[in-house]
Design a protein around this ligand. Sequence first.
Ligand code: NAP
Length: 608
Amino acid sequence: MPGFHPTDATYDPDATRAKYLAERDKRLVPGRADIRDLRTDEHFARYRDDPFASAIERDPVADDVDVVIVGGGIAGVLAGANLRKAGIKRIRIVDQAGGIGGTWYWNRYPGVMCDVESYSYLPMLEELDYIPTRRYAFGEEILGHLEAIADRFDLVADALFHTGVTRAEWNEDAARWRIRTNRGDELNCRWYVLAVGILNLMKLPDVLGMEEFAGRSFHTARWDYQYTGGGPHEPLTGLEDKVVALIGTGATGIQCAPALAESAKHLYVFQRTPSAVGVRGNRLTPPDFARGLEPGWQRARMDNFQAIMMGRPVEVDQVDDGWTHHYAAVHHPPRREGMTMADYLRSGEEIDYGIMDAHRRRIEELVADPTTAEILKPYYRYLCKRPCFHDEYLPVFNNPNVTLIGCPGGFERITAQGPVVDGKQYEVDCIIYGTGFEAELTPLFRRAGHEIVGRGGVTLADKWADGAASLFGMMSRGFPNLFVMPAPGQQAVVTVNYTQLAVLGAQFIGGTVGLLDQRGVEVFDVSAEAEGGWTQKVVDSFVDGSAVMSACTPSRINNEGHPEALNPRNANYGRGFGNWFGYRDLLEQWLEAANLEGLELEVRSTAS
Ligand code: NAP
């Protein structure tokens, strides 16, 4: 990665740790993680509305199908595609959105893109014979690609959009799931697939007085182009005479800030914690990119990235970006012979320091005003927070119409005029909440947004009240014929490139349904032994990182400052994604063995 390397500044452990802890403490304030529950909040109900498409009136659907998939994002589309490959005919995707795309349907804010390399992030490139136009794809391209996959596998015609599942209940007599929706539909299905996503619940902070704000406000996941004018790549002409407050400086905030700065009369960026903003280095795909690519190249490329993320040796770093250089380096510092654990931890800290120092130097180079530059500097370890990558964000603060407001302790309140920080009222016309989503620490049953009732009337929420219990994080005893797409925090694994995990999960579901069909299985359930064994594996491999993570600035990665409260049962399979007994190896070997080990099977009397 040319031109952006860890500095060789001398590392002073005591001074650095003290500074990091002092910065952490400014942010560890009571109520920092309090949110308005946007699923039910009456005052902010309009925040949930779809600004991109109106719901079409239709009669309720009563139907009996092979599969219902909840969620039409990457996970749901890939699950659908693989079920088609397994020969499944009747598939209905159900989604609250007005179309395919999931997060890429909802997130259409100006500048939206994916900072994971496109050649690994956009799935099924080989099958669709598609090469992304840029190294990092904009949201529209990703959305278009997911729509193309859905078309290829005929997943749209039967989909029910602008439709939310309200309840799913296993009907023992019929050996079917019975699904009800908020549009009055009643769908019966043999297989039920939860592909609800990890970032599907918008997070709106609970700030004193926020409902009194008299101007316009919205969340970045429902961008209000009617108000701002313009489009993802067009000037936001509606903001020319408007003073705008952007709250949030995570991956979303930094991506949309440059467009806001370009168009708004004035932009206030309210920053609670600065992101570490590394080099993006986006570029058009070279015309000869596809030349010489062998079949299987995309899996190999994903594997190359994954191997580096897991600290495994590779011959060539095919991706060669901030993830593979910095993220990998801090998570897997080299272990030299003869090192004690203390040496190893200290060396990890030094590497981390060099990388964070380089990020702080980059700010000094790009931001002219030293006071603003200082507020933008991240003082915590790189591993404490999801890193960001952007080349246009930091220079935004040189624009005369942009003001950065540091608010490490959050807001005092929001009044009819706008936010108040340190006793100062900022008068604005519009507040844009780039405040993110409930992430992996939000249990699956909350993200699913509906009651899932299994055998004996037991709900998934009840069963998982003290932590997840599953086989592979994808099936759970007492919930027959139910598959859950794998995700972090539910006994599966974490991957920087989520698509790779979704590809695996979808292949697993398609492959398993294919095997069940071959064997004439009507109903499967997970055996108590298999579920207990997997859950124990997850618990046994749980690494309590709270000693390191409690020194971090609060974020979702350390449970907002309380890493000690993490439940090992809601953790991930400790051997990681792939190779050497990794998660993918286990799932692929399980499929290859074709004996459906760990499942209890009820075979139908007459093969259909
Ligand atoms: P985020 O990372 O959760 O950031 C939310 C921002 O809102 C943070 O700056 C946070 O400050 C701030 N905030 C929250 N509550 C606040 C309060 N009460 N007062 C003041 N500030 C407050 O959300 P995001 O940027 O939307 O990203 C969410 C996730 O989406 C990311 O982690 C990433 O996985 C994904 N994403 C990915 C890409 C990509 O390019 N791949 C792009 C966008 C999003 P603190 O930092 O202090 O909490």
